[in-house]
Design a protein around this ligand. Structure first.
Ligand SMILES: N[C@@H](CCC(=O)N[C@@H](CS)C(=O)NCC(=O)O)C(=O)O
Length: 225
């Protein structure tokens, strides 16, 4: 089996998707952290978009988090997450693509520099969460019911960031009236794979980083440390 190295920026939710799946699979892997503000040449050679994550499988670099998730699933020793049925597989892929769009909107919300923009983006995010709620399995706590799925691995990082944003600015009401999404979030954040997929204190560190870039949501954070 080839060695696995995840090229990471510690605050990146797209990297975290891959880390969650690696943790769920119990696979051993290395992490190499890079500074996105000063990307090393070796990284730009293996990442055409200049983005993390990259998963190095031996000497072969793979980029795009959703593709990395599928590679990891296809090479799992046991317990593949994507279903065998082609329609069900396609459905999980389509919701993962939908969630990737929410991640982009979610980042713009966290980084928004004024209240009006932050609230408009919150409304947009909440619309997407309502759409997801309509499609959540009835018997929870996960996307498909009792069993953790690829969709769960793909969404946990952004739901975690929404809880951090909500803690910084409760008036956003990101989860208001969305009890099923909140219960799903709680179940995902309680999984050891989610805890192990990030560096300790990432919530506080993200708050400080957002403060330093002028985020309205994080305006009250002490960004000095
Ligand atoms: N579609 C990509 C998005 C990855 C992405 O946006 N990564 C960000 C960090 S969270 C990045 O590397 N940004 C660096 C840049 O754009 O210069 C994926 O799913 O892997």
């Amino acid at each position: 089996m080839s060695s696995l190295t995840l090229v990471s920026f510690d605050a990146c939710p797209f990297v975290q998707r891959a880390a969650i799946l690696l943790q769920e699979q119990g696979r051993s892997y290395e992490i190499t952290y890079i500074d996105l503000a000063d990307k090393p040449d070796w990284f730009l050679e293996i990442s055409p978009n200049g983005k993390v994550p990259v998963l190095e499988v031996g000497d072969t670099p793979l980029f795009e988090s959703a593709v990395i998730l599928e590679y990891l699933d296809e090479t799992a020793q046991h317990g593949q997450l994507l279903p065998a049925d082609p329609i069900e597989r396609a459905q999980q892929r389509m919701w993962i693509a939908y969630i990737s769009n929410i991640m982009s909107t979610g980042w713009r919300l966290q980084a928004a520099k004024d209240e009006e923009t932050a609230r408009a983006l919150t409304a947009e995010v909440r619309g997407h969460l309502q759409e997801l709620a309509k499609n959540l399995s009835g018997d929870g706590p996960y996307w498909g019911g009792q069993t953790f799925t690829m969709v769960d691995a793909a969404i946990a990082p952004i739901l975690q960031r929404f809880t951090w944003a909500e803690a910084l600015e409760p008036s956003l009401g990101l989860f208001d009236g969305l009890s099923r999404i909140r219960a799903w979030t709680d179940a995902l954040l309680a999984r050891p794979s989610t805890t192990a997929s990030i560096v300790p204190d990432l919530g506080q560190r993200s708050g400080r980083m957002l403060h330093r870039i002028g985020s309205w949501v994080a305006r009250g954070v002490d960004g000095s440390t």
